[in-house]
Design a protein around this ligand. Structure first.
Ligand code: FES
Length: 104
């Protein structure tokens, strides 16, 4: 699928997302500088991103570990926050806009 990614400077660039990738995998494969300090284990929040409201539901349910971690960064998290390492590919996300957390 194709998504649009808004980087930390506010610039938007298209990216491709393959079926076997998490959102984090797709961001890294498209050369976005996501730190992903914990290596995709839902324990660092450096992969935090926002899905646009129209597509958020298609990104599925947050995991429990993800909810806990987003609670810890509630100064920047909002109802459209996801940990990109926990966000699975979904056809319904085609055309979605993903905004990287500022300062990532
Ligand atoms: Fe650490 Fe996603 S990479 S929480």
């Amino acid at each position: 699928i194709n998504i649009n990614v808004v980087n930390e400077s506010g610039e938007t660039r298209g990216a491709t997302w393959e079926e076997d990738q998490t959102l984090l995998d797709a961001l890294l494969a498209n050369q976005f500088p996501v730190l992903a300090t914990c290596g995709g284990n839902a324990s660092c929040a450096t992969c935090h991103a926002y899905i646009d409201p129209e597509h958020f539901e298609a990104s599925g349910e947050r995991t429990e570990a993800e909810e806990d971690l987003l609670d810890m960064v509630d100064d920047v998290a909002n109802e459209y926050s996801r940990l990109s390492c926990q966000t699975e590919y979904a056809e319904g996300l085609d055309g979605a806009t993903v905004t990287l957390k500022p300062g990532m």
